[in-house]
Design a protein around this ligand. Structure first.
Ligand SMILES: *Cc1c(COP(=O)(O)O)cnc(C)c1O
Length: 395
């Protein structure tokens, strides 16, 4: 079956829910058994990970199981688990795979709260972290230590959009007995297939395109069969769970994700190409543009691009940048992304292993508005920037 068909069918069992198309919202803590035998049977079935088996709301209800089943299938992994946020998903996976005395290799381009968790929290528990250049590829071998247990990748990188050679990094990691954890939020379960590229654990901030409407927080860990017992146990040990209403919103968002992404991709590329021609622009960091340094790798490994990219402007004053951003009427100033609306945020990435010279920089999320309106909005923004610069040079 083709991907769009799987997206419609995955995780759905209408026959179990009176024929209702969507798995309903099950709000539940206690799950009742009629007899002691049924209680014992439930526990056994849950420990064997039988589909739908549960003993308590914290371990998920049929609403949770529907989304888990769908995402494991779409990402191509063994099982998925849900978390209250994308960050909670990522840090639980890391906690599951690391212990005191272990070493982890972390890409310099990672979503910065995940990096902070490694340095500030797992660091206190004796886990050593080395930050590496995201474009290192097979060169990561030089950084492997006998105690390296995890190589963390994120491609493209948060804010800076470097494409990593995930298969090359995974081959080195596995040769040295380390696991590969990937933040696959940008690729979504549709545009990058982590398990086909050597990844052991994939993280999705479902908050972004899966929910898709900026109205819920949710995270997903999908893993291969080998690490599943560790991931499952740690998630339970840490009491991780997600609210069924948010899970329902993610299930609902998932069904239209392919058509939304198609539009985000086309509009994003149109705006990126337009920005590339602007005299105010130094460069556009969009992996689907042939000018992007990671374009060849992106073409090899990805089947599409979402609506998130960055633009580096030619040097300008803070006042000029502010005039531009404040002029934008269709781009909200705010973090997160993957909803139907366009967003802009100025950024300065946190770097330690690879230098970053791009400033001033803006991250753009291209929503589902008409790209011509977005371009007109950006054009007004650039006019405000130029006016401020003209005043500055006259003064
Ligand atoms: C937003 C984001 C996260 C964290 O997701 P939350 O749901 O906000 O916790 C993780 N990784 C990436 C790449 C993100 O953009």
């Amino acid at each position: 079956m083709k991907e769009n068909t799987r997206l419609v069918l995955a995780g759905r069992h209408p026959e179990q829910f009176a024929g209702v198309v969507n798995t309903p919202v099950f709000r539940g803590s206690t799950i009742l058994s009629r007899t002691m035998a049924e209680w014992e049977d439930r526990k056994k079935r849950r420990s064997r990970d039988e589909h739908g088996a549960t003993t308590y709301g914290r371990f998920g209800t049929p609403t949770h199981h529907a989304l888990q089943e769908a995402l494991a299938e779409l990402e191509g992994g063994h099982r998925s688990l849900l978390f209250p946020s994308g960050l909670a998903a990522g840090i639980t996976a890391l906690t599951a795979l690391l212990k005191a005395g272990d070493h982890v290799l972390m890409t310099d381009s990672a979503y910065s709260p995940t990096r902070t968790f490694l340095l500030r929290v797992l660091g206190r528990f004796g886990v050593e972290t080395t930050i590496y250049d995201p474009t290192i590829g097979a060169g990561i071998e030089a950084l492997m230590q006998p105690n390296t247990r995890v190589v963390y990748v994120e491609s493209p990188g948060s804010e800076t959009f470097e494409i990593q050679d995930v298969p090359a990094i995974a081959a080195v990691a596995h040769k040295h007995g380390a696991r590969v954890v990937m933040d696959n939020t940008w690729g979504t379960p549709l545009f990058f297939k982590p398990f086909a590229h050597g990844v052991d654990v994939s993280i999705q901030a479902a908050t972004k395109y899966i929910v898709g409407h900026s109205d819920a927080m949710l995270g997903v860990v999908t893993c291969n069969e080998e690490v599943w017992p560790q991931i499952k146990a740690t998630s339970q040990d840490l009491g991780q769970t997600a609210g069924p209403d948010d899970v329902y919103l993610a299930l609902r968002g998932l069904r239209t994700m392919a058509v939304r992404l198609k539009q985000h991709q086309a509009a994003g590329l149109q705006v990126a190409q337009w920005l590339q021609q602007r005299p105010e622009v130094e460069s556009v960091l969009h992996p689907a543009l042939p000018s992007h340094p990671g374009h060849t790798l992106w073409k090899r490994d990805f089947t599409g691009a979402c609506g998130l990219f960055a633009v580096i402007l030619k040097p300008c004053s803070r006042a000029a940048l502010e005039a531009m951003v404040d002029e934008l009427a269709l781009f909200g100033i705010g973090v997160s992304w993957g909803g139907y609306e366009s967003l802009v945020i100025p950024f300065t990435p946190e770097r330690t292993a690879s230098p970053w010279a791009g400033a001033p920089a803006l991250r753009l999320h291209i929503g589902l508005e008409d790209p011509e309106d977005l371009i007109a909005d950006l054009e007004r923004g650039f006019a405000a920037l130029s006016q401020t610069q003209a005043k500055e040079s006259a003064a």
